[in-house]
Design a protein around this ligand. Structure first.
Ligand SMILES: Cc1cc2nc3c(=O)[nH]c(=O)nc-3n(C[C@H](O)[C@H](O)[C@H](O)COP(=O)(O)O)c2cc1C
Ligand code: SF4
Ligand code: SF4
Length: 433
């Protein structure tokens, strides 16, 4: 069986699945059951200084659903822990003592001055925790007080605070990044300059989930008003994957370990983060939606996948897809494909026809008996029909072999690789000649 053990910046855990800093990691009762269920580690819900914060007493979450009411996106206006600092520290110490093999990271957010960091770090060290994560990402409530994403959006502050923390602790330091920024490489570079051992991303995305059209107020609504909150869950995974890949493939950030966060719900999501350069993953919404035992499917799924591929350790997956992430102008323009419909799988719903006829290239024909076929002379291989077809693998994209003639253009498919940088229509390519 594949070896799922993980060693992330020297922090060992039985598997690469950690619970992200959030309600699932808010107290000993939760974390103990999480470890019993199989989670490899936790990042404890963000600690701050006393007096502890207060949360709203009305709804703090909003949601986006799929057609089957499956939760796709979660929005929250919750703050950092609203329990006294010492209560959390005592519980962290007890849990770490009882679960020495599991990773215990403590998330921190204190004012942007050196003294509070100097004060809190020894208190965390005393618990026996394995490391700290600096929460520079929270986009609501704390940012208005000059913390969270208010720090994470200013690379100079990230560097400064990371430097203070590194100077005042022996524990490994993970800097958690906000996605509410244009270029995620800038804060990652700042964290690296400040001496961070790793970055983790993403924290939640600024959002308004919906508007109550009777009250004319954003939801979740507190006494007739709403505030923007942080968005997470499956809907944010593509944004998170891209940000992880941006850091992983940046030459200046080589070697900076990444903890991948954002929408991880299945083992496959996790494996995708690993392949794009994350050394492990953190999970919040999936645990909040389905409970702690969801990790068991992640463990068995990843293990089965690794066995089927002959992969023996998690590290063999880490970064494996990074060399294949490129820029658009490097894509092979000589690669030509056509859509193909499997008539045995087709249920004649007509979605592909409607999509291609109205918004793509009029490349699907519908017969009187509702048989749908692709017109190769028109198909540009855009993939829209595949995306809208309700039957998996019913429509596939088939690559044409070199030497074949593309019936759409009348041109022979070339065997060699050629991208936009040398294309005759590219004015820059012409200028270079
Ligand atoms: C209700 C809620 C509370 C959260 N609280 C914190 C927090 O205190 N500190 C923190 O760093 N991130 C916090 N997060 C963000 C998560 O740790 C995580 O970065 C984010 O939810 C993306 O992961 P997911 O898509 O798996 O949920 C919170 C998220 C939610 C939903
Ligand atoms: S790939 Fe695009 S152009 Fe081709 S049949 Fe499908 S929707 Fe139409
Ligand atoms: S969308 Fe898929 S199932 Fe529906 S008609 Fe087209 S090929 Fe058939």
């Amino acid at each position: 069986m594949a070896d799922l053990t993980s060693n992330f910046i020297g922090i060992k855990s039985p598997n690469p699945f950690w619970l992200a800093s959030a309600p699932p990691t808010d107290k000993a009762y939760n974390v103990r059951r999480a470890f019993d269920a199989g989670w490899g580690g936790v990042v404890w819900k963000t600690l701050g200084l006393d007096p502890h914060v207060v949360n709203v007493n009305g709804p703090r979450y909003g949601a986006i659903y799929g057609a089957d009411r499956r939760l796709l996106g979660l929005n929250n206006i919750e703050l950092i822990t609203d329990r006294p600092l010492q209560t959390n520290l005592d519980e962290i110490k007890e849990v770490k003592r009882d679960y020495p093999a599991q990773a215990m990271i403590v998330s921190l957010m204190v004012p942007c001055e050196e003294e509070p960091w100097k004060m809190i770090l020894p208190m965390v060290e005393e618990t026996g925790a394995d490391g700290v994560e600096l929460n520079f990402g929270c986009p609501h409530g704390m940012s208005e007080r000059g913390m969270g994403s208010a720090v994470g959006q200013v690379p100079e502050y990230i560097e400064m605070v990371t430097r203070w923390v590194k100077a005042n602790t022996r524990m490994p330091v993970i800097v958690k990044l906000t996605p509410n920024i244009t270029d995620v490489r800038k804060p990652a570079e700042a964290a690296k300059r400040g001496g961070a051992d790793a970055v983790s991303l993403i924290n939640t995305i600024n959002s308004i989930t919906s508007v109550d059209l009777d009250l004319f107020a954003p939801e979740p609504t507190i006494d007739g008003k709403g505030a923007h909150g942080g968005y997470c869950g499956p809907a944010v995974k593509p944004i998170a994957l891209n940000m992880v890949a941006e850091i992983a493939r940046d030459p200046g950030l080589q070697g900076l370990p990444i903890s991948g966060i954002g929408g991880v719900t299945t083992w496959k999501d996790a494996a995708e983060f690993l392949a794009l350069g994350a050394g492990n993953v953190q999970v919040c919404t999936a645990a909040m939606t389905y409970g702690f035992k969801i990790v068991q499917e992640m463990i068995s799924g990843l293990s089965d996948y690794m066995d089927s591929k002959g992969i023996t350790s998690v590290d063999e997956i880490v970064g494996r897809a990074v060399p294949n992430v490129t820029d658009w102008n490097q894509l092979n323009l000589n690669y030509i494909a056509k859509a193909k419909i499997d008539q045995d799988l087709c249920i004649s719903c007509g979605r592909c026809f409607a999509a291609c006829e109205d918004t793509s290239h009029q490349a699907i024909a519908m017969s009187e008996d509702r048989t749908f076929t692709v017109i190769d002379e028109e198909c540009v291989a855009c993939n829209l029909c595949v995306n809208v077809c309700p039957v998996e693998d019913c429509i596939t994209m088939e690559a044409m072999a070199p030497g074949e003639t593309d019936p759409r253009t009348g041109k022979v498919v070339q065997p060699d690789y050629a991208n936009w940088t040398t294309h005759p229509n590219n004015p820059a390519a012409n200028a270079a000649e």
